[in-house]
Design a protein around this ligand. Structure first.
Ligand code: PRX
Length: 563
């Protein structure tokens, strides 16, 4: 049995060595870590890659890639050379500082290389989730008139170029190509492996992630190079990354976790990052943990619940002794999962809380702190949180209200692309408090307990889904007259997407039709947003004045029905 009898051999935690509980902390303390503190030259790609090579760590493994049949590594030196080659190709095709470069690739070292190459020449990178289908891709690139896309032939048929007029150049990672696209791998093979870094300002754009709210199309959240301050430091204190660590973040860079804690934070800390290219299965995940000797692992509650459901028998077939620190993000981490981790791996799973907009972790269970199962932890050093009532007044411990963060912190979003109004909406009570949209309470010790969202946003398997985007797709189907989409509680995925639809005359609610509608969303937008459940209703509840569908009412009825 894989029961640990000894505590993990990790020595002291970084945070314990550098900060005393209760001591004030200023982010400026982190600045001297970066080369720009001395040189004034800023670039995230430089801090992630080049500086490690310059500091003599070129032979260390930066990326360790696995699938069920392949294994590949890149040292920091090899990563640097590859990033340089790719950035030379991008530059040769006109990419320059401030341009948007979308990256639509599977989990693979190429995804890391593409992102870093774009960043190295000052472009703003837009990683797209690998499961996005045509409309999701189109909406995002069109919103910011993206001119460049790096993708591969397998994904290319989900890029409808006729409907993305701004797109100038499509780079693909396939060696052989027909047509006018650029094979970035082929040109890179012939390109110089040295390249100049384009120095930028700390507040220049670094990456854009589209994210859902409860209304309207996804919004482009733009982050700046300044984020590295908090991303490095949380990598150090929350993930507890150290020189010898092998670290695996299971998220795809199309989600903010996959970018910040899958690409930036581990590279900033100079550790080895594992990339797993195959689909989820308990067997393949345990195999990666064993084979790569993963020491620090960051995933999401749904994945842990799926592993838990697979049973101890599978887990016990693997040697997971290298693991010393496990973390979770994206959705509520139920105490049952923490207990599973303790029982099977003798490790506590540390919850962390943040959002696309916040750019890095803000609330977490630091490795040195007591965990209260059911709580997301406490604000990390340098961060202050409060719970506010509807008037913006601070509530006492134990009272549920709006989770608020004292503004500002280094990795707070720089802007919402072309949408100042949306940006302002995060500060409804004035500039002092950023309002997350989450409901929570604090206990007497300052631990934060998540209580749900204050809007209609859906969280399925830790993936943030805007009901509006799904409704907009559903309504395009000829059979659908009206629609309302909600998140329905689910024991494994947290929530599933459920759609209520009223049909146009002449359509019945047959299983075939519902399956066709489901497929319509799967193929048009993405599999994870397609409603798992569809209920046909005569009419949808609406507000009297504006006639807007009342999702809240649908949710209430659904809960009552479930009993
Ligand atoms: O509702 C919270 C939930 O995920 C939202 C942010 O989603 P996204 O921008 O996609 O970022 C996800 C990962 C950074 C939050 O407003 N959420 C995030 N972490 C937790 C969480 N809910 C409960 N517990 C968490 N630890």
């Amino acid at each position: 049995m894989t029961t640990r009898t000894l505590p993990p051999k990790c020595g002291a935690y970084n945070v314990a060595e550098e900060w005393m509980e209760g001591e004030p902390f200023s982010w400026e303390r982190v600045h001297p870590v970066f080369s720009w503190y001395q040189t004034g030259n800023v670039n995230m790609a430089y801090e992630c890659v080049d500086r490690h090579v310059e500091e003599g760590k070129g032979d260390k493994i930066a990326l360790h890639y696995f699938t069920e049949s392949e294994e590949e590594t890149y040292t920091y030196k090899e990563l640097q050379q590859e990033v340089n080659r790719w950035s030379n190709v991008l530059k040769a095709h006109g990419v320059k500082k401030g341009d948007f470069v979308f990256v639509f690739l599977p989990k693979h070292p190429y995804c890391h290389i593409a992102m870093l190459a774009a960043i190295k020449i000052g472009a703003v990178v837009g990683p797209l989730f690998e499961a996005f289908m045509e409309e999701a891709v189109k909406d995002r690139i069109n919103d910011c008139d993206g001119e460049y896309l790096i993708t591969d032939l397998k994904f290319l048929d989900r890029v409808n170029r006729d409907e993305i007029p701004s797109l100038k150049t499509v780079f693909t990672t396939d060696f052989e190509l027909a047509g006018s696209d650029v094979s970035i791998t082929k040109e890179a093979a012939e390109a110089d492996d040295t390249a100049d870094t384009v120095w930028v300002d700390l507040d220049d754009g670094l990456n854009i992630h589209y994210t859902s709210g409860s209304t309207g199309k996804p919004k482009g959240i733009i982050h700046a190079h300044r984020n590295m301050i908090q991303q490095y430091q949380t990598g150090r204190w929350v993930l507890d990354l150290k020189e010898g660590d092998v670290y695996w973040c299971t998220a795809h860079p199309g989600w903010v976790t996959g970018t910040v804690y899958g690409v930036f934070a581990p590279l900033l800390n100079g550790v080895t990052t594992v990339i797993h290219g195959s689909r989820f299965s308990a067997k393949s995940w345990y195999q990666v943990l064993e084979q790569a000797k993963v020491s620090v692992w960051y995933s999401a509650p749904t994945a842990y619940r799926m592993l838990m459901a697979e049973g101890d028998k599978t887990l016990n077939k693997y040697n997971l002794y290298s693991l010393r620190h496990i973390l979770s993000v994206g959705e509520p981490l139920n105490p049952e999962v923490i207990h599973w981790g303790e029982r099977t791996l003798n490790l506590r799973i540390h919850d962390t809380w943040w959002m696309t907009e916040t750019g890095a972790q803000l609330v977490a269970n630091l490795p040195t702190r007591t965990i209260k199962p059911g709580s997301m932890g406490r604000p990390i050093p340098g961060i202050e949180v409060a719970v506010l009532d509807d008037n913006g007044e601070i509530l006492p411990a134990g009272k549920t209200g709006h989770l608020a963060i004292k503004s500002s912190w280094p990795s707070l979003m720089k802007e919402v692309w072309k949408n100042q109004e949306k940006f302002n909406s995060y500060f409804p009570y004035g500039p002092e408090w950023y309002i997350a949209g989450d409901l929570a309470y604090l206990d007497e010790d300052g631990y934060v307990f998540f209580q749900g969202r204050s809007d209609d946003m859906i969280n399925s398997s830790g993936e943030r889904i805007g009901p509006f985007e799904v409704e907009s797709k559903l309504i395009e189907h000829e059979a659908v007259k009206e629609v309302g989409v909600i998140g329905k509680p689910d024991p494994v995925r947290g929530e599933i997407v459920k759609a209520f639809i009223a049909l146009n005359p002449g359509y019945d609610g047959s299983e075939e039709l519902l399956e066709e509608i489901r497929l319509f969303v799967r193929k048009g937008l993405a599999a994870h947003v397609a409603p798992k459940e569809i209920e046909v209703v005569e009419e949808l509840p609406k507000t009297q004045i504006s006639g807007k569908v009342l999702r809240r009412e649908l949710k209430k009825r659904d809960t009552e029905k479930a009993g």
